[in-house]
Design a protein around this ligand. Structure first.
Ligand code: F6P
Length: 362
């Protein structure tokens, strides 16, 4: 292996820099190979100054940093890139241009750190001959094939701390506190942080809910002497028979942006006579320094990605399975996105603790 490149695509997640550092150090120390960093996702291949050399100095001190020293892009799909031509906005397939640029760099491997969307693009590029190895990233933990993605643990820590803080103010003023959390169509952040933060109601996309059922839980708590309640609501949660709430619908470039369900549920509860406040935790969940677990996982993922590339196992991503990092074919890993198992131990545990998912009979 003589030369590899690494890029970060999609939304950022804590631990991206730890992967970049592990990739660079392992490639240089173990394989004596050159490492290139590609700026702003796949865009860097076709923008001036988009390719930078990475040496040991370039990755010094970045382990605890959030964000990504390479920059990222969540609209940089080479198969459908929004460009301005003759003053008009249009969507173009620039994948051939990118593949040519990659070939000119004579890469032995391109390590792509990203979530579902970025890894799907890697898989398509792989099918066209690009030597890709994936590293799964996202706070949402919704990438198939791996038990966990890096970034998730940090998001949980932030969300759990938010519950702890909401708990004391909720109790003091006898209020209902709603916390809307990220996660897209997967309820992992709301479920795990809700249980860890002592939520009374957890609403997730995988379990459609009824408002009456949520209200019943709040009433029961008041009747039993607990005059406050904490609600964990995943941004993708939806009413039984209803649709998720969007801040903005999608188009061929932009993915739809979820948001607003917390406010809707909060307004309903307040209208029933319970003083309610709504907090939307938003991008705080993605920012700042990664937890020790995320640094450890991201570092192992980065090092394993280089070993996978050196072994010639291309078109794969690294994954955590039974405490080991293993390569999984991208098409296998991405075949089905990961969702909360509604009959799994997490949901059963929560139900056993008396937490409502808003689907109980009223
Ligand atoms: O996928 C990560 C994530 O943070 C989701 O949880 C959230 O829905 C989305 O990205 C927000 O995207 P953006 O950064 O484009 O607002």
């Amino acid at each position: 292996m003589k030369r590899i490149a690494v890029l970060t695509g999609g939304g950022d997640a804590p631990g991206l820099n730890a992967v970049i550092r592990a990739v660079t150090k392992t490639a240089i120390n173990v394989y004596g190979c050159d490492v290139l960093g590609i700026r702003d996702g796949y865009d860097g291949f076709i923008t001036p100054g988009g390719v930078m050399p990475l040496d040991l100095g370039a990755v010094r001190g970045i382990l605890p940093l959030g964000g990504t020293i390479l920059g990222t892009a969540n609209r940089g799909n080479p198969f459908a890139r929004k460009v301005l031509r003759d003053g008009k906005e249009m969507v173009l397939d620039v994948s051939d241009e990118i593949i040519t640029a990659i070939k000119e760099l004579e890469l032995d491997a391109l390590i792509v750190i990203g979530g579902d969307g970025t890894l799907h693009i890697a898989m398509e590029l792989g099918a066209k001959g690009v030597p890709v190895v994936g590293v799964p990233k996202t706070i949402d933990n919704d990438v198939g094939g791996t038990e966990v993605t890096f970034g998730f643990d940090t998001a949980l820590m932030i969300a759990t701390e938010a519950f702890d803080r909401l708990h004391t103010t909720a109790e003091a003023l006898h209020r209902v506190m709603v916390l809307e959390l990220m996660g897209r169509e997967a309820g992992f952040i709301a479920l795990h942080s809700g249980v860890s933060g002592g939520a009374d109601v957890i609403l997730i996309p995988e379990i459609p809910f009824k408002l009456e059922s949520v209200l019943k839980k709040i009433r029961q708590r008041v009747e039993s002497g607990s005059r406050f309640s904490l609600l964990a609501i995943s941004e993708g949660a939806k009413l039984l028979g209803g649709e998720p709430v969007y801040q903005r619908t999608g188009d061929e470039i932009y993915v739809p942006r979820l948001g607003g369900i917390g406010q809707e549920v909060g307004q309903y509860i307040e209208a029933q006579g319970f003083e309610t406040r709504v907090t939307v935790l938003g991008h705080v969940q993605r920012g700042g320094s990664p937890t020790a677990f995320d640094r450890w996982l991201a570092t192992r993922f980065g090092a394993a990605a280089v070993r996978t590339a050196a072994g010639g196992v291309l078109g794969h991503m690294v994954a955590l399975r039974e405490a080991q990092i293993v390569p999984i074919a991208l098409n296998e890993a991405l075949a089905v996105p990961k969702r909360v198992d509604v009959n799994g131990d997490g949901v059963l545990t929560a139900r056993g603790l008396g937490i409502s998912f808003g689907d109980e009979c009223c």
